[in-house]
Design a protein around this ligand. Structure first.
Ligand code: HEC
Length: 186
């Protein structure tokens, strides 16, 4: 994905990537930026959720200097959102679907940190199957991490926020992540 010729800016270009915050990119994909040259025929037929997924993927292909990343720190998760989130149905099965959709490109299908996008990332996505390491991360922390991204908890911004996941989805994906290492929830 070099984007060398023509009008398309390369997705790996620092200036393009970091000149635009998430809301701006969201509007760009949807086709709502006046005078934009990127066609909007696709974006305007996409759901919000699909647009966020594209945006997340675009963010994930960046292979450059993490220190140059200037993403805004997402606001804290209100404590009542965490407290009110209930597991319903089968949290592990529901969480697995979310994991397959969102986390696998970086963390790999089994959570070893070896998904296709991991090649380009430094630091590498964490190996989620390590019981000793995972036992040290409590559920409240994982909730903040997955919801608000690494940057909000002092980790790398390459671990992205998931602003579209509801509290229940967050709890479900955490329940599934626990099964990868067999570590007990705290
Ligand atoms: C764009 C790639 C990417 C995606 C997508 C991604 N992660 Fe990560 N993740 C990372 C990176 C990189 C790190 C390492 C951050 C660090 O060590 O500073 C990480 C670290 C983690 C950690 C360890 C945090 C710690 O304190 O060491 C957990 C747990 C985690 N990710 C869970 C998830 C879950 C669950 C999903 C899906 C909802 C997900 N990640 C999606 C890249 C990603």
């Amino acid at each position: 994905m070099g984007g060398g010729g023509g009008m398309g800016k390369p997705l790996i270009d620092d200036e393009w990537r970091f000149g635009s915050d998430d809301p701006t990119l969201f509007k760009l994909i949807r086709g709502e930026i006046p005078q934009q040259t990127m066609p909007n025929v696709i974006g305007k037929n996409m759901t919000d959720d699909e647009i966020w997924k594209v945006l997340l993927y675009v963010r994930s292909v960046y292979a450059g200097d993490a220190a140059k990343i200037n993403w805004a720190v997402p606001p804290p998760v209100p404590p009542e959102m965490f407290a009110a989130a209930q597991h319903t149905g089968d949290p592990v099965a529901a969480g697995k679907q979310i994991f397959l959709q969102i986390c696998v490109p970086c963390h790999g299908p089994e959570g070893h940190g070896d998904g296709p996008a991991s090649v380009a990332l430094d630091p590498k996505p964490r190996n989620l199957t390590d019981p000793g390491y995972m036992a040290g991360l409590d559920d409240r922390y994982l909730f903040e991490l997955v919801s608000r991204g690494g940057i909000a908890v002092g980790k790398s911004p390459l671990m992205p926020a998931q602003p579209t996941l509801a509290a229940e989805d967050l709890n479900n994906v955490i329940a599934f992540v626990r099964t990868l290492s067999g570590s007990q929830a705290h």
